[in-house]
Design a binder for this molecule. Structure first.
Ligand SMILES: [Fe+2]
Ligand SMILES: [Fe+2]
Length: 381
């Protein structure tokens, strides 16, 4: 008997998960594919649907093939969903079966840092689903894997396309229809009131257009992705990102007490007005969050980490598709600080080219000069 284990948070399950299951059924021809929604400790993610709902959604999304079974093993076990415990459990239940453990490409690179990877690699066989091409990096990672665990992981030819549950969750919280949900899932979410945002999300939803809401969801998603390394306060990151463009379609004339210098370009005003609204309408008091909103467009010299994060995520979120965006994404994902400086440099050059009849706004110019100098200092050291 051949069994494939397919774990994940499925928060919510999306089309990519379904495609992946189809791909695994086709490529590995198992007798059974077991979908395992993981238990997520309540304090770990703020926007997380309760496990019983995630399981039920999996039941709906994976009902297309009799070989697929949705197991509540990890949910019932509770605690951290350590894969070595899952591998051990299924090895005990199916002592003679060939058991294949599916993992994502990113996870494959981090596999050695998991709890007891040797147990997982021994009790089951690892198969990897990657995003994009089989890169040299992936091939050499597999050689290192072989050296350590005694066999090469199977590399599935199915490719993920980067659909993300995090992005879908924030789209839903911002009330913009989420794409990439399997049939029946949007209804289920609606009926059960899942993924609802708080009053600040509601406010943003009422004041932005669809495209801007998707952009905002993308900014939150990308900032959280980068924050896995930066480890800033998650709530502050989400709050600054969700509010960063809140004033995009507001008029400063509607806020008589709000004032900015006469020479401030309209494209910059929304950031300052956004801060004003966050503070005076929505009651945000956290200075770090407020300045991250204020400087998300211009930047400034000596930015805080949160300011840099919102600045960068605003430029590089998934809906941005200008030429060179992938290169910048790669740069910040590899090294946040130098990637950020590169974003600042490119942004400044772009503005310089565009604004033929006037200079770049002084805050941006100051920020640019500051970070160029900073880079030089770094190089001299
Ligand atoms: Fe903006
Ligand atoms: Fe933005």
């Amino acid at each position: 008997m051949k069994i494939v284990l397919f774990g994940g948070t499925f928060d919510p399950v999306h089309n990519e998960h379904v495609k992946l299951a189809r791909g695994a059924l086709k490529e590995l021809s198992p007798d059974k594919l077991i979908v395992l929604p993981s238990f997520v400790p309540p304090h770990k993610a703020t926007a997380c649907a309760p496990p019983e709902h995630r399981k039920k959604m999996c039941g709906i999304a994976f009902s297309f093939d009799e070989r697929i079974e949705v197991s509540d093993y990890e949910i019932t076990r509770g605690g951290n969903s350590y894969s070595y415990l899952t591998a051990t459990h299924f090895r005990e239940v199916y002592p003679d079966a060939e058991i294949i453990f599916l993992i994502g490409g990113d996870s494959f690179f981090e596999f050695d840092t998991w709890r007891h990877p040797e147990i997982i690699a021994e009790k089951t066989e690892i198969a990897v689903v990657s995003r994009g091409e089989f890169t040299e990096k992936l091939i050499s990672r597999n050689s290192a894997f072989e050296k350590k665990y005694g066999y090469k992981a199977k590399l599935l030819s199915f490719r993920g396309d980067g659909t993300s549950s995090t992005y879908i969750r924030y789209c839903l919280m911002l009330g913009t229809p989420a794409e990439n949900l399997p049939e029946g899932i949007a209804d289920y979410i609606e009926k059960n009131g899942l993924y609802r945002g708080d009053e600040r999300f509601e406010y943003v939803k009422d004041h932005l257009k669809e495209r801007r809401l998707k952009h905002t969801a993308g900014v939150i998603e990308y900032a959280l992705k980068l924050n896995a390394k930066l480890k800033l306060d998650r709530e502050k990151v989400v709050l600054a990102c969700v509010l960063h463009d809140v004033a995009k379609y507001m008029r400063k004339e509607d806020f008589p007490e709000f004032s900015v210098p006469e020479d401030m370009p309209d494209s910059v005003v929304h950031a300052f007005l956004g801060e004003y609204v966050a503070k005076n309408v929505l009651g945000v008091t956290d200075e770090e969050v407020l300045t991250a909103i204020r400087y998300h467009t211009t930047g400034r010299p000596a930015m805080t980490e949160l300011e840099k994060l919102v600045y960068v995520a605003d430029l590089l979120e998934r809906n941005r598709d200008y030429s060179g965006v992938n290169k910048l994404r790669k740069a910040v994902e590899e090294d946040f600080e130098s990637g950020f400086a590169e974003c600042m440099r490119q942004g400044y050059k772009h503005l310089k080219q565009m604004l033929q009849d006037g200079g770049v706004y002084h805050l941006t110019a100051d920020a640019y000069e500051y970070y160029e100098k900073n880079q030089e200092n770094l190089t001299v050291k």
